[in-house]
Design a binder for this molecule. Sequence first.
Ligand SMILES: *Cc1c(COP(=O)(O)O)cnc(C)c1O
Length: 470
Amino acid sequence: MKSEELRAVLHEVAERAVAFRESRAEAPHRPQKSYAELQAAFEAPTPERGAPIGELISELATLTEPGLANMVGPRFFGWVIGATEPAGMAADWLTSAWAQNVGNAHATPAASACEERTGQWLLDLLDLPRECSVGFVTGATIANFTCLAAARGEVLRRVGWDAEADGLFGAPAVHVVLGEEAHSTVFSGLRYLGLGAKRVVSVPVDEQGLMKPGAFAKVIEKLDGPIIAIAQAGHINSGGFDPFEEIAAAAHAKGAWLHVDGAFGLWARACPDRAHLGRGLEVADSWGVDGHKWLQTPHDSAYAIVRDAEAHRRAMLIAASYLPAGAERHPADFAPELSRRGRAFATWAMIKSLGRDGIAAMVSRHCAQARRMAKRLSAEPGVEIMNDVVLNQVAVRLGADLDVAQADALTDRTIARIQNEGVCFAGGANWRGRQIVRVSVISANTTDADIDRSAEAILSAWRAELHANA
Ligand SMILES: *Cc1c(COP(=O)(O)O)cnc(C)c1O
């Protein structure tokens, strides 16, 4: 490619990116066009001939931008989504320019060395055993999957079965024990692994969605043979943490492998005033955690952390041999893919950009903002907060004084109104038999003023629906 053309395009892209970012604070917190309108906008025959890059990039932006969610906006509280902060974004642009396929340390030593160092930083920040191996993967779904693959191989190896070589047909049964409200993507991982989404032993949970320790102990005590137990740091609705100390003791008494899904919640351990929530989870055997949620990296960034590095490597090794690892650490030995981008660069950049105290301050601020949101909303008659706001999640029940069907219908309409007005974005969920508004405070750009403005927008949408219904 001619460098003059590249220079012009990248300059234009940089200008466009900055303008896009600058417009986010006051842009509506919703896509401006519908899915159907975007399908129509993208409608075009397969290109027969090539086009100049400058032209097609400009066309792509024109087609796309009206249909983007305002996920980097300061009042975006949907799902649990970070804001792709500038340091991570800039590193990610360079990552594309460098075009490294990072599977192998001989091919690209810098990517391997960066992964190794960044992995150590993560273990230090999250205060996990420093001997753990860290795989850089796309998201917590795949981080959990990767950890559970290591778990599956290791619990079977201990009873004399080589799952990596011989698969699961004829293998001793592996019991999987988890809470009734484990995240839906954990079940995806179990499906990919041949462990089955339904073939699990569910442990009853309390009203925060957390496993009851007595029930966990009772359930696991009765099981024989290989066991994988899965606990949760950061329940999707309540933000709560399973009682790890009791769970870990009961799990390890049975020789079980204990995995922790800590997609966003594990970051509490990087924050001195929240770290108590995750106390005791350091004795687990593996942990899945996202970069693209609380660390604000670009998307496709998460970490599969495994105490037993050899079990991790056995599960993910590409070459079908168990040669001892050389001095070099090959990134592909710890993640499901061979060819992939250098994901660690953006994580390195975000950790450098925020620093240990910046991460702690951000997590602490988001948790305080979640409490502020809960307080403002619950001051309204008929609005109740269903969770203990220990972290960054707020589960809001509207119409607590109405009958359930009516309250649920009004809640759905309120959510639609909030999204349509676009001052802020919040989504819904069904939890404990009720429709709720779920507010997840996790964007680096959210200020206290954004919380107040959003609480007012949510309440005024709710009042409007109540009034329309009267
Ligand atoms: C988001 C989330 C996941 C899935 O993570 P992805 O990064 O979306 O793949 C798993 N568990 C919990 C608790 C989550 O919040």
